[in-house]
Ligand binder design. Structure first.
Ligand code: ASP
Length: 334
């Protein structure tokens, strides 16, 4: 058994409470490994987003950040670009429907003051991230779902849109021929966009938006709109968001756990790694399980980690250098 693996088991057995209760990271972290995995900050601002569609999302967010705008505005604008792109099959308009042919969207947003808003099982609205922001800013609530969320959106001036494009409909009709559902999550049937940003004032915000698992049961909601699972931040520490099999992320309060790992001193990559390993341990029976996290700390250090190879993220810092990086992962040597 490798030292890493022993350390991970020790960490799992102790539990986070025990660690934060005074054992400290020296008991569970390999310091050499930590320094190897840290992706150093190159000043502020910074925006990081999951998958290839993170590039246009970051570009839109960067326009706001470079002008000194807030991380919250940057997150909303970045997410909207991907939600409105009909070519993206996993987010917003053009997203794959559930098994009944309905496109149902989940999104959440979180601000530096820990205020947050969320919508789930929302239909016919192209930009759920903006509805989530309205829930945060215009109501005393955090989460609205289904028809209630739709009615709220319409009251707020959002317009009904047909989200099911011809291309997504055709893929759904092809899927109906076999109706085979396996929770395999990688590039072909998932890819939530999660975005984390640190603005010039040093404030963190985050957002997460998705059409969820393709061909899911009608009414299914994953991790993405759940604060603490699909997205979490603490402006004193850092921010994290998730992609992959949502049910697995919810079971460990994934993004909240990544932030807590950073609070205890792990760098963003290492914090993501610990939570991915925990998820993997608890889901040994799930074939082809894929889960990935990205994280950004208060200093602008960032990283990502997944179970399988293939997960990447877009990072934009250093005066707008917007590029893709591969996340480290459990199942390949890297
Ligand atoms: N996490 C999302 C969900 O389970 C899917 C994804 O990341 O693509 O709904």
């Amino acid at each position: 058994m490798s030292k890493d693996r022993r350390d991970f088991l020790k960490l799992s057995a102790l539990g986070v409470g025990a660690i934060s209760g005074g054992l400290g990271l020296a008991a569970c972290a390999d310091e050499t490994k930590l320094s190897e995995t840290v992706k150093r900050a190159k000043g502020k601002p910074v925006v990081i987003s999951t998958w290839n569609h993170g590039i246009p999302a970051n570009a839109a967010a960067w326009e706001i950040l470079k002008a000194g705008g807030s991380s919250l505005d940057a997150i909303e604008m970045g997410a909207r670009v991907v939600e409105s792109d009909p070519e993206v099959r996993t987010v917003g308009k053009g997203g794959y429907p559930d098994r009944e042919g309905k496109v149902t969207l989940d999104a959440c947003i979180m601000a530096p003051d820990s205020n947050c808003g969320s919508v789930a099982f929302l239909q016919e609205i192209e930009n759920p991230i903006s509805v989530a922001r309205k829930v945060m800013e215009e109501t005393p609530h955090i989460m609205m779902v289904g028809n209630g969320a739709l009615e709220f959106a319409l009251e707020q001036g959002f317009e009904r849109t047909n989200l099911l494009t011809d291309a997504a409909k055709k893929d759904w009709q092809d899927w109906l021929k076999t109706s085979e559902y396996r929770p395999k999550i990688n590039i072909e049937n998932h890819d939530t966009i999660g975005l984390l940003a640190l603005d010039a004032d040093g404030n963190l915000s985050g957002g997460c938006t998705t059409s969820g698992a393709a061909w899911k049961l009608h009414g299914r909601v994953g991790d993405s709109p759940i604060i603490g699972a699909g997205l979490f931040l603490d402006n004193e520490v850092g921010a994290a968001c998730a992609t992959g099999l949502g049910e697995a992320v919810v079971r460990v309060a994934g993004s909240a756990m990544v932030v807590e790992m950073m609070r205890m001193g792990l760098n963003p990559t290492e914090a993501c790694k610990r939570v991915v390993e925990r998820i993997y341990e608890k889901h040994k029976d799930v074939k082809d399980l894929q889960v990935g996290f990205i994280a950004l700390d208060k200093a602008g250090n960032y990283g990502g980690y997944s179970v399988h190879p293939g997960f990447n993220y877009a990072i934009c810092n250093e005066n707008g250098n917007n590029r893709m990086e591969d996340a480290k992962n459990m199942l390949a040597k890297n």
